[in-house]
Design a protein around this ligand. Structure first.
Ligand code: X90
Length: 273
């Protein structure tokens, strides 16, 4: 098995199975940040906050996906939601190009309808299924079933970059535009669904936990990605552990793509139900 994800997974390396990422990019007229291990994300966020330029993003094209598939077998490719990015379409195109050239290759492209930590859960599950020694077709079925039981919720202090790039409506972006107000929401049908307006961090973390419970969380795996907000991520982790002491919870940082859209302070929470 070989797994390729786009860099929106925030998982630029992963041990124990063949794995690589194809980067998305953050671009302005004069700058380009490539979402790979060589990038200093904190520096990017600070540079951008001081810049007057307009920044956008671009997803990998089909040739970049195809490069990642080259010489690999039993490939699973996983992308950010096709509702907000062209990454899935590009990966699909690449998969078709590959199969035309080498029809015996097995490849499966998965649209996460999500991003970040929910993609992480899916990647980790793929590795687990591989370790069970299951055949490709069965892994494909099982991972699709698993993806029905993974979720993503988030809290955002600013939705300015999402709005400027047409990924949420200006009306939704306005919710979090006020100082101290954060938007708690969930990924639903591949897009952002606003749920609650929260004032202050304490209330926000409580709300995130409540939303998890409402969605049917019962102690499954949790993955938290944060944009320059380790402290809040740690507090959320601790508060979940108080209810479910044995839960497997891991924290990592948002790399470039998720940092750009989640913005400073943003939290993304992927969890199993
Ligand atoms: O193709 C591209 O240029 C990339 C566009 C990506 C746009 C959305 C990124 C969202 C990142 C924000 C909060 C979580 C939203 C979950 C929605 C499914 C993270």
């Amino acid at each position: 098995m070989y797994i390729v994800s786009d860099s929106s997974s925030n998982l630029l390396s992963f041990e124990g199975v063949g794995y690589s990422t194809v980067p998305l990019k953050i671009i302005s007229e004069t700058k380009e940040y490539v979402d790979d291990v060589s990038l200093d994300v904190e520096n990017m966020v600070n540079e951008m906050s001081q810049s007057k330029e307009k920044f956008g993003t671009s997803c990998p094209n089909a040739y970049e996906w195809l490069d990642a598939f080259e010489e690999k077998d039993d490939i699973f490719a996983i992308t950010i939601t096709s509702k907000l990015s062209g990454s899935y379409n590009a990966a699909e195109t690449a998969a078709n190009m590959l199969m035309e050239k080498e029809p015996e290759k097995k490849i499966c492209v998965l649209d996460s309808f999500s991003t970040g930590p929910e993609m992480q859960l899916i990647i980790e599950k793929l590795k687990e299924l591989k370790e069970k020694g299951l055949p490709f077709g069965e892994i494909k079925e099982k991972i699709k079933a698993y993806m029905q039981k993974t979720n993503l919720i988030f809290s955002l202090q600013s939705l300015a970059n999402l709005a400027k790039n047409g990924r949420v409506s200006p009306a939704v972006a306005k919710i979090a535009g006020v100082l101290g107000i954060r938007l708690v929401g969930m990924a639903s049908e591949g897009t952002l669904k606003p749920l609650h307006k929260c004032r202050g961090e304490k209330k926000t973390l409580e709300t995130l936990k409540e939303v998890m419970m409402d969605m049917g969380y019962k102690g499954g795996k949790v993955r938290i990605s944060h944009c320059l907000n380790l402290e809040a991520a740690q507090k959320l982790k601790d508060s979940i552990l108080r209810v479910f002491p044995k839960t497997d919870i891991k924290i990592n940082i948002c790399t470039a793509l998720c940092s750009f859209y989640a913005e400073k302070g943003g939290l993304l929470v992927g969890f199993e139900t």
